[in-house]
Design a protein around this ligand. Sequence first.
Ligand code: SAH
Length: 389
Amino acid sequence: MKKIGEDVCPLRKKCGGCVYQGLSYREQLDKKQRQTEKLMGKFGPVHPIVGMEDPYHYRNKVHGVFDRDRKGNIISGIYKEGTHHVIPVESCLIEDETADRIIGTIRLLARSFKMKIYDEDTGWGWLRHVLIRRGFATGQIMVVLVTATPMFPSKTHFVKALRKEYPQITTIVQNINDRKTSMVLGDREQVIYGKGYIEDVLCQKTFRISARSFYQVNPVQTEKLYGKAVEQAGLTGSETVIDAYCGIGTIGMTAADRAESVIGVELNRDAVRDAISNARRNKVENIRFVCDDAGQFMVKMAAAGKKADVVFMDPPRSGSDKPFLESLVRMGPERVVYISCDPETLARDAAWLRGRNYQVEGTWPYDMFPWTEHTECVCLLSKRKPDSH
Ligand code: SAH
C-alpha cells in the first residue's frame, strides 16, 4: 500500500491532472464535500461524499501521444499542461497499469516496425496517438491507434506481435485523423483486429463500447453512482422514463427493469448504435433510443404534448441548455435525476429549475476522479405540489 499523502508522481507539476497530490485521500474527500456544499447546499441537503477504498489505477481508459525527443527516440506520454510539448510517461497513479504497459510495448514495436511518428508542426508522419480501454469486469482490451493516413504497413505482423504479448487485447481499431487539431480522434475508423468494440459488465448488464462512444472511466464508482440515481428515481414499474445524454444506454438500461418504458436520447451515432445493440443483448425490451440533440428532442416531445414521469439527465461538463430545461418544465416530470460531472453547471441548472416549480431534494457527491479536483454528483429534483411553497 502506498503512503497516503505522499507526492508519488514525479510528473505532478507538468501534467496538471492530479492537482490534489500532497493531500491525504481523506483531505481530498473533505475538500470535494465542502465544494459541493458551497454550490449545492443552499438548495437542499448535501449527503456525505462516497469515496473509493483504493483510489489508485481506477481509470479504464488511457491515452498516449507519440513524439520524438531531441535525440530522435520515440516517446509516448502526455502533453505538458497547456502546451503541445510531449512529456514521456511510463506509469501513472490513476491509470490502469496493464494499459500503461501496453503503451510501452507499442512504443517499442513502433521502433522495430519503423513507424513514422507524426510531427504536429510539419504535419508529416503517421502514428499520432494511442487509446486503450479495458473492461475491468471482462478483462477485454481495446487498442485504438490514431494515424494520419488510412494505410497500415505490416498490419498483420504488427497485430500478431502485439497480441503475442497481450492476448487480452480483443480488438484493435485504426482511427484516421489527418487534421491539425487537438482532438485526438478523427471521423474515420477501420477495425484491424476483432469486433471493433469491447464489452464490460456494469450493474449486472453487459455493455458493448465502441472506440468513439462515451463510457465512464471509473467503473467501480459508476456502479455506486447509478445505484443511487436509480434509487432516487423512485420507480415502481409504471413510469415513463427519459434517459437524456444516454451514451451507450447504461443508466436507462439499469432503470428499465423497474419502469414501464424508457427512451434514451444521445447525439453520438456510434453510442446510439452501441445502445441499441446493448438493449437487444440484455433482452431489455421496453427501451428505445433516439439519435438527436437532447435539447431538440425535448422540444419536439413537449410540442407533441408527450409526458414523462421521470427524467434522468447526464449532460457533459457544460451542463444542459435552455431548450432542454424549458421543455423539461413543460413536460413536467414528477422527478428529475440530474447526474453531473461538474457541480458548477449543476448548481446553475438547479437554480434555474428551482425558479420553475422544482425543488432540490438532495445531492449525493461521488468521488469518481481521485487526486483530481473533479466531483460527480447525483441530484434529485422533484416537482412541487400545488399547495407547497
Ligand atoms: N449517461 C451516459 C453518458 C454520459 S456522458 C453514461 O453514464 O455513460 C454525456 C453524453 O452526452 C455523451 O455520450 C455525449 O456524446 C452526449 N452528448 C453531448 N452533447 C449532447 C447533446 N447536445 N445532446 C445529446 N447528447 C449529447
